[in-house]
Design a protein around this ligand. Structure first.
Ligand code: PG9
Length: 621
């Protein structure tokens, strides 16, 4: 008998050559407080998208929160490998509790999804003659989810930051009727005016690394192997952006080609700008635009889209704006500080728990109470308090509750609200493309998150003493100066070259000593700063050479602020002509396409900034 048993056991043995990776492994889910399903979800053209559905166990009639991502849906739904739903989902989901079903989906062509990836896939129209776009993919996804997820009440909300915010806005182009609420955060809206790729025509060199990362493979690509620790050195040695891209093979990539073919604000950019697209379509879905005051990647889009849609929301029922004291996507992480700045508690959690989730519940959860969402929620820095407004901005040139006031550049590097009179005096500096002004202290490590995330609040003293940076400072303030809106630059300047960049910063200069936080003594806190590529001063679409040595007017808006400059502090306006290596160098001689500038095109120029130039500050009475 025992020999028979042994033989039977031997028969049941796994062959030594049985493949060890089996098909269809499934881990038991008994311990978990959620059920995870992975579905290849069919779109109208037959392409299937990888979709992860996370359902809290025991839930019935629950709404769905959908995020469409190019950043690996599987990974987004697995922050930790854990039987706990909260531990598995992203940190920013912490306030959802167990009331919602959570869905992450890879966009076409990325990670587990089929199809082709187009980096900023245009909406169907002149730039996209196919049958699909992110709007239709969101529509088809929602249609499938409400029909095939048995635990849902048939209502869907979409949230997401940055690229994931862009896909939220795309879903609004033709929203599915079950899409009941949307929270685009730090969304990429206009890649030329001020989100991701360019700011007012100046190219952001760090996006080359992102393009490599996102489009060399379906998953995550390798970082550029520069072999140089200091990005300042690596980018400077690279020459023009086209030469730099070629060095790392990035010139093979279609998105690089598209960038190089469209340096100006032509129809390629205009027809993708989501604020423009959405302004032409009816808004029917309650939408809360979220952004950080110091968003170092997508600081433009939320305000622009909110403003564009506001015309359709006279009753303040559909279009909301929420701005916190955050970096890019900071809304989804811990928000009690940024760089050296400290706030009152975890402002990001406060927003998610007390504002965003009640807003989503009101629109998605059956029987949930009204949320009392303010049309505009804004954190005022410098006083550290949340404010509720009925409109944004609170101060501007005309039509706002308060009128903006120009602050003027004066002789002796003074700054004051009194308009200077008299002759056309100026200050000058030599801008040398061989020695561009760094945007953070060297060595520059753009991929170091401790450098990159808080760089917009970095103390500006590291450049104030450079001979190619002009700093105009006010007397110490006697009263608080409240700024709530977008500063507008009105610069009168000349260049000995035929093209020039103008970087302008509004800075809160702290008193010499700050007893409560000594490191803030004399700190130069940037409140709002941006760059204008001079060739676009008259037209973003059609660049033109700058007449040499002639004073020319440059007018452009800086990113909005909500900040109190306290008594004893001073206001500073800083001006320079490069911001390197984040922004590519302007050769300072006019060439048809700066991406392809030749080494000889880069020339020193003498820049003159005329007194009486001003920055219109959004002062609130
Ligand atoms: N800022 C990133 C991005 C968005 C959209 C296009 C390109 C880049 C992001 O964080 O997703």
């Amino acid at each position: 008998l025992s020999s028979l048993l042994l033989a039977a056991q031997a028969g049941a043995q796994t062959s030594p050559m049985a493949p060890d990776i089996i098909a269809g492994f499934e881990a038991p889910q008994d311990e978990a407080d959620y059920i995870k399903r992975v579905v290849m979800l069919p779109m109208r053209d037959g392409v299937k998208l990888y979709t992860v559905i996370v359902v809290p166990k025991g839930v019935r009639s629950a709404p769905i929160i959908l995020t469409r991502t190019p950043y690996n849906a599987a990974g987004r739904a697995r922050r930790n490998v854990s039987p706990s739903m909260q531990a598995s989902l992203p940190q920013g989901d912490d306030a959802f509790g167990r009331d919602f079903i959570r869905v992450f989906q890879d966009v076409r062509g990325k990670y587990g999804s089929e199809g082709d990836y187009v980096m900023t896939r245009p909406v169907r129209g002149p730039l996209n003659t196919s049958q699909t776009d992110h709007g239709t993919d969101a529509w088809d996804t929602i249609e499938w989810l409400v029909k095939n997820v048995p635990e849902t009440n048939g209502k869907v909300g979409m949230i997401g930051s940055s690229y994931e915010g862009f896909t939220v806005l795309m879903a609004l182009t033709e929203p599915h009727p079950a899409l009941k609420a949307a929270v685009p955060m730090s969304a990429m809206v206009d890649g030329w005016r001020g989100d991701d790729w360019f700011h007012n025509g100046a190219f952001r060199v760090n996006t080359l690394d992102y393009i490599g990362n996102q489009t060399t493979v379906r998953g995550r690509g390798e970082p550029l192997a520069t072999g140089v620790y200091d990005d300042y050195e690596a980018v400077l040695r690279g020459g023009s952006v086209a030469d730099l891209a070629r060095k790392y093979g990035l010139d093979q990539l279609n998105f690089t080609k598209k960038l190089f073919e469209h340096p100006a604000y032509d129809s390629f950019w205009q027809e993708q700008a989501l604020d423009r697209i959405l302004a032409r379509r009816p808004l029917s879905v309650p939408t809360m635009h979220v952004v950080g005051q110091w968003d170092q990647e997508d600081i433009y889009g939320a305000y622009a889209t909110y403003a564009a849609l506001e015309k359709q929301d006279k009753d303040n029922k559909l279009n909301y704006l929420a701005v916190g004291p955050w970096r890019h996507s900071g809304v989804n992480y811990e928000g009690s500080s940024l760089g050296v700045l400290r706030f009152e508690g975890d402002t990001a959690l406060q927003f998610r728990r007390d504002v965003m989730v009640p807003f989503l519940k009101q629109h998605l959860l059956d029987g949930a109470p009204a949320a009392n969402t303010p049309p505009v929620l804004s954190y005022q820095t410098g006083s550290n308090q949340w404010q509720r407004f009925t409109q944004w901005p609170q101060s501007c040139a005309a039509g706002c509750p308060s009128a903006a006031r120009p602050v003027y550049l004066q002789g002796g590097f003074k700054l004051s609200f009194a308009k200077p009179s008299g002759a056309a005096a100026f200050d000058e500096y030599v801008a040398d493309p061989a020695k561009p002004v760094p945007f953070v202290p060297r060595p520059v490590r753009m991929e170091d998150e401790n450098v990159w995330k808080p760089w917009l609040v970095h103390d500006q003293r590291f450049v104030s003493d450079r001979t190619d940076v002009l700093s105009y400072v006010s007397e110490p303030l006697k009263e608080p100066l409240v700024l709530t809106g977008a500063p507008v630059v009105r610069l009168l300047a000349s260049t000995s070259g035929s093209d020039a960049d103008w970087v302008v910063k509004v800075i809160d200069v702290y008193p010499d000593e700050v007893p409560s936080q000594p490191k803030l003594g004399g700190f130069q806190l940037p409140l709002s700063m941006d760059v204008l590529r001079g060739r676009y001063r008259d037209s973003f679409e059609k660049p033109s050479a700058i007449p040499s040595n002639k004073p020319v007017q440059y007018t452009f808006a800086l990113p909005p602020v909500n900040h109190v400059i306290q008594p004893g502090h001073r206001v500073m306006i800083q001006i320079q002509s490069s911001w390197f290596p984040l922004y590519d160098r302007n050769p300072q001689s006019f060439v048809p396409n700066i991406f392809h500038a030749a080494p000889g095109d880069y020339r020193k120029a003498t820049q003159r900034v005329f007194h009486g130039s001003s920055v219109e500050l959004p002062v609130v009475k």
